[in-house]
Write a protein that binds this ligand. Sequence first.
Ligand SMILES: CC(=O)N[C@H]1[C@@H](OP(=O)(O)OP(=O)(O)OC[C@H]2O[C@@H](n3ccc(=O)[nH]c3=O)[C@H](O)[C@@H]2O)O[C@H](CO)[C@@H](O)[C@@H]1O
Ligand SMILES: C=C(OP(=O)(O)O)C(=O)O
Length: 435
Amino acid sequence: MASFRVRGGIRLKGEIVPQGAKNEALQILCAVLLTSEDVHIHKIPNIRDVNKLIELLSDMGVAVEKTGPESYRFNASAVNLKYLETIDFLKKASALRGSVMILGPLLSRFGKGRISKPGGDKIGRRRMDTHFLGFQKLGATFHYDYRKEIYHIDGSDLTGCYMLLDEASVTGTANIIMASVFAKGKTVIYNAACEPYIQQLCLMINRMGGRIAGIGSNLLEIEGVKALKGTEHTLLPDMIEIGSFIGLAAMTQSEITIKNAQVNKLGVIPDTFKRMGIKLEIRGDDIYVPSQKHYEIETFIDGSILTIADAIWPGFTPDLLSIVLVTATQAKGTVLVHQKMFESRLFFVDKLIDMGAQIILCDPHRATVIGLDRKYPLKGIRMTSPDIRAGVALLIAALSAEGTSVIDNVEQIDRGYQFIDQRLNALGADIIRMD
Ligand SMILES: CC(=O)N[C@H]1[C@@H](OP(=O)(O)OP(=O)(O)OC[C@H]2O[C@@H](n3ccc(=O)[nH]c3=O)[C@H](O)[C@@H]2O)O[C@H](CO)[C@@H](O)[C@@H]1O
Ligand SMILES: C=C(OP(=O)(O)O)C(=O)O
């Protein structure tokens, strides 16, 4: 288990380029299974979850060639379906959440798929009903082996249909889109997730010869095609990393320019941080965050306490609420953070409270933060990173704190943030990785 030793209280300065998006990468990598031709992908982040998925694809027989520092070429013309029967496959697939999205392409191209219960953050119940209900509507049969925790899916003759998803699941929507690209006739998916990464997946499939309409909305229409060809695809910058850098800059009074942020794809993220009083300047496609001693959280127009809550896109992503929460600890004012989607994602606040933050955990979904307005700095402590985003929230807290902190279990952070210690040290931070 690796740890970070962090000396806090240093102001950072400089430019940082966001990595390619983790959650887009996981969808796009699974989509290489849809064709026997080459798929060339750029801006692939060098992070644990993505590397594990690439390794899994390679073990499945996908030819993987690294063509540049952040580029890979994939060819899935010789997928070894026998590998899906092995313990090794089940073990590797269950190491991350994103692996669940190999099911859709396997089902549509080979008529069957199999996967063990996927991993990912332990942030509450993470059901997958939407995925399997969608596959079943297309005509697939589904079987769950409770004892072994293995999902089996079969269906060589999928037929397009109308379906209203029970919830706008992100990975569920990606899976059903990929399952339906070769289905006979038209598939209509209503209540589809429509975040930029899903849009990117649809655009990529259309470049491969797919016929998806309604991209960007929650009503997708997919005309089945016989086959898909190869393509080239560049991932978007990671919006969660961008939001994390905004919070980091505010907390540490740093002057940071986030380069090439594709600002028009960030939805309400910049405005949400602005409502916390953080000054941001959009300069071309960069986000400039000046060094700010104070930032004051707005109230609602009627004077009541601001609530920042997650919602499906175009709402505010749940993956940034831990960052909002930590950033609020040094703001002036009060905010209610409402994590509606996940039920175990706010428990990390006990570490922030130990550091001196004023937070009331109202219930598993809601925490009220009373900002300290820098009257007292947080104090460095030893802590463990419980999940990827809480891990980065703790890192931000440690960077702003007085004294030294140690964060254990930083493998959680490495799941989603590429060389974060080195990249922040390049801006002046003092983070030492201890293996
Ligand atoms: C690999 C990947 O891409 N992971 C992301 C993906 O996970 P993932 O696709 O697993 O998450 P889902 O969108 O399925 O659901 C997330 C949570 O929100 C709940 N829910 C979802 C939709 C809805 O309309 N109502 C509702 O309550 C679900 O029950 C679940 O508890 O999307 C989540 C929600 O943006 C992100 O936190 C994860 O980082
Ligand atoms: C929850 C997350 O990841 P995963 O779905 O892979 O667990 C996340 O990226 O914040």
